[in-house]
Design a protein around this ligand. Sequence first.
Ligand code: URA
Length: 428
Amino acid sequence: MRTVDLIEKKRNGGVLSDEEIRFLIGGYTDGSIPDYQMAAWAMAVWFRGMDDHETAVLTDAMMRSGDTVDLSCFGNLSVDKHSTGGVGDKTTLIVAPIVASLGGKMAKMSGRGLGHTGGTVDKLESFAGFRTTLTAEEFRTQVEDIGVAVIGQSGNLTPADKKLYALRDVTATIDSVPLIAASIMSKKLAAGAHSIVLDVKCGSGAFMKTEADGRVLAEKMVAIGKACGRNVAALITNMDIPLGHNVGNALEVLEAVEVLKGKPGDLREICAALAANLLSLCHGWSPEEAHRRVLEALDSGKALATMEAWIAAQGGDPDFSRLPRASVVVPVLADRDGWLIHMDAAQVGVSSSMLGAGRMKKDDPIDYSAGIVLEKKTGNLVRRGDVLAWLHTSDEALVSDAEARFLSALTWGDAAPAPQPLIYDIVR
Ligand code: URA
């Protein structure tokens, strides 16, 4: 088989056979197919797409490219969630302890942030001493005892995705539905959970810009998961507006703790829905029963106590008052009256990154205290002089560019915009 023939076949709109897809993924993983040919193939897929069968075979080939985790010791109780990525998305920090406090077993591998989106591993490392690498035995014991353990991506889990994702990131081929579906589902299937809830985000801060695109991706991923014998549901959710008010690692942890202490709002609502769907899948509870129990776990402090136990078990300091705080905190003031009719969430994420919260390159250091606290969001009426947001950083020199970027994200109008739903739909 010649790689160039397969690139040409896809470029011309052909359907690749199972053997051809496995040849490409195997060859790319072992290094016999070079980056430039894989990049050309990914671009051909970006233009021509893949049918459902091709996507399923691609997912399977990527899942089998490395180790897989066996969580069968937890029976039907092993759960996982995955967000397609967004700004201010700290849902894992809330959903994981809720679900663990209600008997679910969340054995999760998470990623770091890159570009405008944050990553759970970076957020957790805001806790001094938190270990995102555990031995297999530590990982299993912690899940058994506390119900939750979250680690960084292990060495040999889906190496094909690790290589292909990095290649797509620099060749403008990320936003392809079959490539995203195979990338996410290969990791989720390799990570071993029986029940999986996907949070497919749509809007200005997400890879999927429209609800319609989000639905296509959600349906594709649910179909792949079911074909592989897993319980899967996908929530299609709004990422046109940053989630909650805090963006940036320690700031997001603090907001997650506020929600675990009972703070109402969009973040609580979305986390309750994600957690209830996971609990329905793993315990077989009705949606109403699952939702009632989730609210009880939040309001009783049971989920917060699980969060404290989880952080301590992984070596972190569970005293939330000792999380890193920025030495420089600067308000961004409104220079006009008006309605905030749109906020480009990706640009808010970039602004937070520019304050030190994110990295532009994979190995850049980050400032855990840096980020943005939003006082106003899309749909708010603003008066001249109001504080729109607080910029947090350790380096004052970063403020002016970050502020300009933040202000460029805002669109003003003379009337209130139509309210946007938080959850568009659930695909089961
Ligand atoms: N997240 C992933 O893990 N993969 C993608 O391709 C996009 C988002």
